[in-house]
Design a protein around this ligand. Structure first.
Ligand SMILES: *[C@@H]1O[C@H](CO)[C@@H](O)[C@H](O)[C@H]1NC(C)=O
Length: 233
């Protein structure tokens, strides 16, 4: 993907590195935690070890994110041997959000991404190909694509980078800089009431494919995993 790069700020990066955790071993779940990618890198990421599935004919992916980047970047990257962009949530620009399903790119014009955490959900189902994006519990226009398609299993879920091959092929200019939390994925389309509930705060139940509270994760590079001060608990 073509991207417009950003000038690095070496001084800021050096100061932040001192405060950042070093990579750890496998951990279970990030309930009440946020992941922060403070710097543009080609090797910082979080891998979510999601529940196995063979293929999906529907999904809901939700996450909460904030980024002040003006270039393109990946919000959520799922790659398989069949397609590096098997399921990609991509920010093409501050106002253009894109769902990619294999070779399909479905763009939505949404309120500008900025430094405030926002809740984003995307739902898709194969039968009608209906795609809906939700921002802070508010629904976008519906679009139609990927009718009859499936999302294949046995891939890798990566936050912070965009995969050009399973688990790799990262591009510094497509990396995510900002904060991300409450990542969940279901194998079905959540109804509007559930989306609204999910968008309102810390979940007491999670996705059946990715559950932020219990899905094991690993990370590498400059990644800060910090208490999410939004949690009312
Ligand atoms: C990233 O973008 C910068 C600025 O446009 C460019 O100089 C650099 O070559 C790009 N890096 C990669 C890996 O594409």
């Amino acid at each position: 993907m073509d991207t417009v790069g950003h000038r690095m700020k070496p001084f800021v990066t050096i100061v932040l590195v001192i405060c950042i955790y070093l990579p750890g071993s496998d951990s279970i779940g990030m309930y009440g935690k946020s992941v922060r990618f403070p710097a543009k890198t080609a090797n910082s990421f979080v891998r979510l070890h999601a529940a196995d599935f063979s293929s999906l004919t529907a999904f809901t992916v939700c996450l909460r994110a904030a980024s002040e980047e003006t270039r393109s970047y990946s919000l959520f990257s799922y790659a398989t041997d069949f397609h590096a962009n098997e399921l990609l949530l991509w920010q093409e620009s501050k106002t253009q959000f894109q769902l990619e399903l294999g070779t399909l790119q479905i763009a939505f014009n949404l309120p500008e991404m900025n430094g405030l955490l926002r809740h984003i959900c995307v739902t898709w189902e194969s039968q009608e190909g209906e795609i809906t994006v939700w921002v802070n519990g508010r629904r976008s226009v519906r679009k139609v694509d990927g009718k009859g398609q499936v999302v294949k299993g046995l891939g890798q879920f990566i936050l912070g980078q965009e995969q050009d091959s399973v688990g790799g092929g990262f591009d510094i200019n497509q990396s995510f800089v900002g904060e991300i939390t409450d990542v969940h994925m279901w194998d079905h389309v959540l109804q509007s009431n559930d989306i609204k509930t999910v968008s309102q705060g810390c979940l007491r139940y999670g996705g059946n494919i990715i559950d932020w509270g219990s899905t094991p994760y690993t990370f590498e590079g400059i990644v800060a995993i910090e208490d999410n001060k939004d949690c009312p608990l």
